[in-house]
Write a protein that binds this ligand. Structure first.
Ligand code: SAM
Length: 239
C-alpha cells in the first residue's frame, strides 16, 4: 500500500507502535511542525503527521480524548476557546459540534480558519482591560453567551517547577470573572491546570461556581507531564 493510502486509515485512538520512530519520520515531523516537534515524537505526533489533513497542534488529541469521554462539545451552539493558538482545539471543537459557532481567542495571532463558523479574536487574558472587555466582545461575535469555554492557556514558564506550576493557578484564578462573563447558565468549562500548592483554593472557588467538577488526565498528555484538566459542568450564574 502507498504511504498516502495508509494515511487515510489512521484514526484516533491509535494502536501503540513499537520502537523508536525512524529518523526519516523525526525529520518529517520537524518539517511539518515548523521545527518545534518534540524530540521524541509519540503516537499522537505520528497521528498528526500521518493524517492527510493534520490538526494544527498535537494538543488537538487531548481534546479529542476529553470529547470522547465527556461529550463536551457535541451539543453546544457557542464555544469559546481561550489560549487557542495555533488552533488544534478549535478545529476539534468545530468538528465535534457541527451546529456550533466557535471563537478562538489568544494573545498571539491565529491563522484564519477556512470554516466560516470559526472566528478569531486577539486578546491578552492577563491584561486587565482586555480581559474585562472580552465577554462583551465574545457575546457580540457569537450572538450570545457560550455553552462551553475551553481553556488550554499556558503561561510563559521559567523552568522553575514550583513557580511555573503556581503560575497556572494564578492565571486561571484571574480568568474566573472572564469565564463567569462568557458562560450561559448550565454551561461547561474545561481548563488546564498543574498540581500546585495554590490548586486547592482554586478548586474550592471553581466548585462553588459549578454543579460538578472533576480532575482528569488526558491520554494524550505526555508521560510524566504535570498537566491535568478540570472538567467543570453546570455553571451557576450569580443571581
Ligand atoms: C498550549 S497552547 C494552546 C494550544 C491549543 N489548545 C491548540 O490546540 O492549538 C497555550 C496557548 O496559551 C496562550 N496564552 C498564554 N498566555 C496567554 C494570555 N495571557 N492571553 C492569551 N493567550 C495566552 C499562548 O499564546 C498559547 O497559544
Amino acid at each position: 500500500m502507498s504511504k498516502a493510502g495508509k494515511a487515510r486509515v489512521v484514526q484516533f485512538p491509535l494502536a501503540k507502535k513499537r520502537g523508536e520512530p525512524s529518523t526519516l519520520l523525526k525529520r518529517a515531523l520537524n518539517m511539518r511542525e515548523g521545527g518545534v516537534a518534540h524530540k521524541n515524537p509519540d503516537r499522537f505526533s505520528r497521528a498528526r503527521f500521518l493524517r492527510s489533513e493534520p490538526y494544527r497542534s498535537r494538543s488537538a488529541f487531548k481534546l479529542i480524548d476529553l470529547e470522547q469521554r465527556f461529550a463536551l462539545c457535541r451539543e453546544k451552539r457557542r464555544i469559546v476557546d481561550l489560549g487557542a493558538a495555533p488552533g488544534g482545539w478549535t478545529q476539534v471543537a468545530a468538528e465535534a459540534a457541527p451546529k456550533s459557532s466557535v471563537l478562538a481567542v489568544d494573545k498571539k495571532p491565529i491563522e484564519p480558519f477556512s470554516d466560516p463558523r470559526i472566528r478569531v479574536l486577539r486578546c491578552d487574558l492577563e491584561d486587565e482591560e482586555e480581559a474585562t472587555s472580552l465577554p462583551a466582545r465574545a457575546i457580540e461575535e457569537l450572538g450570545g453567551k457560550a455553552g462551553l469555554v475551553l481553556c488550554d492557556v499556558a503561561p510563559n514558564t521559567l523552568g522553575l517547577s514550583r513557580l511555573d506550576n503556581a503560575m497556572f493557578a494564578v492565571l486561571v484564578t484571574g480568568l474566573l470573572p472572564v469565564v463567569e462573563g462568557l458562560l450561559e447558565e448550565g454551561g461547561d468549562w474545561v481548563v488546564k491546570i498543574r498540581h500546585s500548592a495554590e490548586e486547592k483554593e482554586l478548586w474550592k472557588r471553581v466548585n462553588e461556581m459549578f454543579g460538578e467538577i472533576r480532575a482528569v488526565r488526558s491520554v494524550a498528555s505526555r508521560r510524566g507531564a504535570n498537566e491535568i484538566y478540570w472538567v467543570a459542568r453546570g455553571f451557576r450564574a450569580a443571581k
